[in-house]
Design a binder for this molecule. Sequence first.
Ligand code: S3P
Length: 429
Amino acid sequence: MDRIELNKAEHFKGEFSPTPDKSISHRAVICASLAKGKSIIRNFLKAEDPMSTLHAFRALGVDIDDRGEDILVNGKGIHGLRESSDVIDCGNSGTTIRLLSGVLSGNPFFSVLSGDSSLRKRPMARVIEPLSRMGAEILARAENRYPPLAIKGGSLQAITYSIPVASAQVKSSLILAGLYASGETVITEPAKSRDHTERMLPAFGAEIAVNGLRVSIKSGTELQGTDVYVPGDFSSAAFFIVGALLIKNADITITGVGINPTRTGLLGVLKEMGADIEISRIREVSGEPLADIHCSGGAALKAVSITKEKIPALIDEFPILCVAATQAAGITTIRGAEELRIKESDRIRSMATELRKMGAEAEEFEDGLNIKGRSSLKGSEIESYGDHRIAMAMAIAGLVAEGTTTIHGVSSVNISFPGFFQHLRKLTL
Ligand code: S3P
């Protein structure tokens, strides 16, 4: 049965490492597949989304050996991919389809990319337009807007492009296409989105320069295989951080969490709300900062106001931030977040609807939400909309609510965090 029952938690204690980072796992497979020679990816996230990327590169002829936690990739260089004999299934993964579109635009063969019913509703014009300008032939459903995508790559020309929305998927897609384009590709984003691609590619030998919001990439260098260690996923840790803050007497330590500043906007917001969070043992591995995070419960939280410029660094933490807001004194306002309507589900609608079922007061806007805090949540029947982050955020709400909460569609957590509920159970025992 694809559902789980949760009750109010009296206990939330322990030390653990979160699952490996999803965004970095995707990029490690992509970079290693495009490099010449052997790369070992350590601490790879074996969840459905990064596995979609791994299977896609196997379908494109890359030799990838799954050795448990480590993945061994024997790449043949950026021109070493071959045409897949079938449609490439990107599953639920926006990162797979958009980043792969960039790679395949530079390859002179035919590819078809598709995915599940959620992915087939996600906008692709944002990558199709600039990639077509670079010289790729791309056709898509519904007047070139939605997957499936059919791509015939070719000889690309570098472009100078301003991305209309802050999106690491669009930026990364164009960086990857830039590896194949003649000349220097220059991309400017309106606000800083996650920069894992720019951090990782130079270790494989790519020539990339970053200057504030501007990224430029020169083609012509062969990528060479190297080893990559994937840090713990801050976005997965976020559910436990907020859980600890909302449960009285909670005390948890999460070790080896990635704290790349383009990802950790939630920490600043929670501290502004009055949260008790300590960061220690900051170190760097494979070009990414990581640390241990300690948090304890019981502090009285207060509402905050979040505006557009803060959204990119907490884009995936919106669902769990909404749960924190239900327990903070005052009205929390989140605006400038219209991108959330086109994620794995319409996350503004999903969170407003499900939190209201539990008794919270939420007012929906096209670009965000107002949430009135200090609500006493009550156990309810909750829908995940097949969206992993909605299922996990609402599970944390279930630990704070009086009575029993049943979450339907919990297998969606396998997209980014297999074992989430077992982990949660251990901390609450
Ligand atoms: C991601 C970028 C973000 C994020 C997604 C992962 C990535 O999407 O929401 O979960 O790995 O590049 P957008 O690029 O659409 O903002």
